[in-house]
Design a protein around this ligand. Structure first.
Ligand SMILES: *[C@@H]1O[C@H](CO)[C@@H](O)[C@H](O)[C@H]1NC(C)=O
Ligand SMILES: *[C@@H]1O[C@H](CO)[C@@H](O)[C@H](O)[C@H]1NC(C)=O
Ligand SMILES: *[C@@H]1O[C@H](CO)[C@@H](O)[C@H](O)[C@H]1NC(C)=O
Ligand SMILES: *[C@@H]1O[C@H](CO)[C@@H](O)[C@H](O)[C@H]1NC(C)=O
Ligand SMILES: *[C@@H]1O[C@H](CO)[C@@H](O)[C@H](O)[C@H]1NC(C)=O
Ligand SMILES: *[C@@H]1O[C@H](CO)[C@@H](O)[C@H](O)[C@H]1NC(C)=O
Length: 485
């Protein structure tokens, strides 16, 4: 009996050892929280663990998120939002406080396994018009100095998640790659600093955006299952744009003397809605293709070996800016409620993704266009625009999951979206003579009319000015119409 227990214990230890060895380079995931009804952080941590995700990348350092990660064994990259860069660049004291409050406290009890601080998020994106060019590097230096002062610099490394257009190539061959000329000097300085501090270069790579920006981009080249016109770069063969993009970075690093710098793919993924090429089928093809591609540690032609990557993203975020496109709220491998969108094997032995457990929904009711109302009612346009400007209507439109709705269903979708966003407040389904609450699921085919999940906020909705607010705002929208008449 005793022997049996001992053996069982040993077996567990060996098993654990295997798991550790196997998952050191396991896949990571980005956990963003820009949602109207975010899943409770403890549910997300359980979701990560149930699905064997060993590493998580955050865009912030929210204490409820970090507290939920306590003791989870999950490696964490905490983030500093771009709007904090100015302060952190200009104040050593602020940087020290940031590290004290958002790293030291969580690490000191040895309970949150923080490994990286991401300073800024794609700060050199061209849409920022250079806003963060002057502050990113000084902020990086101040955070690094603060980590040293806190005695954490061996354990916690700094990095800057950059968009892939900080480098480019003059041909489609990766070997012609180098940093973008207008930021070359800055990139060399930052890279040198990372290298001196044993820190990684972090880049976000998006074949979906290549396709989105260029109608002539060859679809198959975005994926991992073969391409009829591979790119031959002096004998190195490229059949997917991920490898080519990654190796363009490897060449840029090598040409500037940093050929051995470690690389993290901070974001990689494919959205499932809001655009013709954003759908379940292509997202599954891309993400599963990527997982198979990096399994076996084959790496890329220039960098054989493991690829360190974080999927973008874990869960849909319905409150993200749609400035990049309507797809921006649909990057999750899970829907807003933690249900899997498609089968994806993340490298563990399970076949598919495991859903979040014990999720509590609001009651089964929806706000829809009243059967007695007409889609042509003059109040419809301002009502829909009111609803969609405050809630999420990115599932509507050409090429989306709800593209096949008729005009009336379209209006219902917008009304319901607003009603759910407002936690099913009665007053949020009072579009003038247009709307009605129903308990019959209005979903049509793959177009799902959501029911939101309960959050701490949704439980405490009491008195609200919403009806008054709504009426006033709609009057404003109607005013021009009335004046014309
Ligand atoms: C810690 O991070 C949070 C979330 O990003 C931020 O709001 C807060 O200001 C930070 N604390 C300090 C002391 O900088
Ligand atoms: C960048 O410049 C464009 C055009 O001048 C402007 O529309 C946009 O708002 C600017 N963006 C930022 C973040 O400053
Ligand atoms: C890169 O690493 C290899 C193996 O560790 C080493 O032999 C080589 O000298 C390094 N090269 C540079 C440029 O640091
Ligand atoms: C996953 O695959 C199984 C079996 O092939 C299928 O029954 C199930 O519906 C799939 N799940 C999703 C989310 O697509
Ligand atoms: C439904 O709404 C979307 C977005 O507002 C619009 O592009 C589409 O044309 C509408 N479809 C119908 C049938 O009204
Ligand atoms: C709603 O309909 C009633 C009866 O048809 C009408 O008297 C009222 O003015 C309408 N209200 C609005 C806000 O259009």
């Amino acid at each position: 009996m005793g022997l049996l227990v001992l053996n069982f214990g040993m077996a567990i230890k060996i098993l654990l050892l295997f798991m550790v060895v196997n998952t050191v380079h396991g896949i990571g995931a980005n956990w963003g929280t820009q949602a109207s009804h975010p899943l409770p952080p403890p549910s997300v941590v359980k979701l990560l663990k149930d699905n064997g995700v060993q590493k998580v990348k955050l865009f912030d350092a929210e204490s409820n998120v970090l507290n939920a990660l306590r003791g989870s064994g999950i490696e964490v990259m905490v983030g500093i939002p771009n709007d904090m860069l100015y302060t952190l660049a200009n104040s050593v004291d602020s940087a020290e406080k940031w590290v004290q409050r958002n790293v030291s406290i969580h690490v000191s009890s040895n309970s949150v396994d923080i490994r990286y601080v991401a300073v800024g998020n794609e700060p050199f994106l061209s849409t920022y018009n250079g806003t963060f060019l002057a502050t990113t590097f000084p902020a990086l230096k101040n955070i690094q100095a603060a980590l040293i002062k806190a005695g954490l610099s061996n354990r916690v490394k700094v990095t800057v998640p950059l968009n892939a257009d900080v480098y480019q190539s003059s041909t489609e061959q990766p070997s012609t790659g180098n940093f973008r000329p207008d930021i070359n000097d800055l990139m060399v300085e930052i890279t040198n600093f990372l290298s001196l501090n044993g820190a990684p270069f972090t880049v976000n790579i998006y074949p979906f955006i290549s396709l989105y920006n260029d109608a002539n981009f060859p679809l198959d080249y975005a994926f991992f299952d073969g391409y009829s016109s591979p790119i031959n770069d002096n004998g190195r063969i490229y059949t997917n744009v991920f490898d080519a993009n990654y190796d363009t970075l490897v060449w840029a690093l090598q040409k500037n003397g940093f050929g051995n710098l470690s690389i993290i793919v901070g974001e990689i993924g494919w959205p499932t809605d809001g655009n013709l090429n954003a759908n379940i089928r292509l997202a599954q093809r891309f993400n599963q293709g990527f997982m198979s591609h990096i399994s076996g540690n084959r790496g890329t032609p220039m960098r054989p070996g493991p690829v360190d990557a974080y999927l973008f993203s874990l869960i849909d975020e319905d409150a993200k800016s749609i400035q990049p496109g309507n797809f921006e709220r649909h990057w999750g491998i899970f829907y807003y409620d933690g249900t899997p969108k498609y089968n994806l094997s993340l490298g563990g032995n399970s076949g598919g993704l495991i859903a979040a457990s014990n999720i509590k929904y609001l009651p089964r009711r929806w706000c829809v266009l009243s059967p007695s109302a007409s889609p042509q009612d003059p109040q419809v346009v301002p009502s829909v625009s009111y609803a969609c400007s405050r809630a999420d209507c990115t599932n509507l439109g050409y090429g989306t999951s709800c593209a096949n709705l008729d005009a009336g269903q379209n209006i219902s979708y917008a009304f319901n979206s607003y009603y759910q966003e407002k936690n099913q407040l009665d007053s949020a389904c009072k579009f003038p003579n247009l709307s009605v609450i129903t308990t019959n699921d209005p979903s049509v085919g793959e177009c799902r009319f959501k029911i939101m999940i309960q959050t701490t906020n949704s439980m405490n909705e009491g008195f609200s000015l919403e009806p008054v607010n709504m009426l006033l705002q709609m009057l404003m929208l109607l005013l021009p119409l009335l004046l014309i008449k």
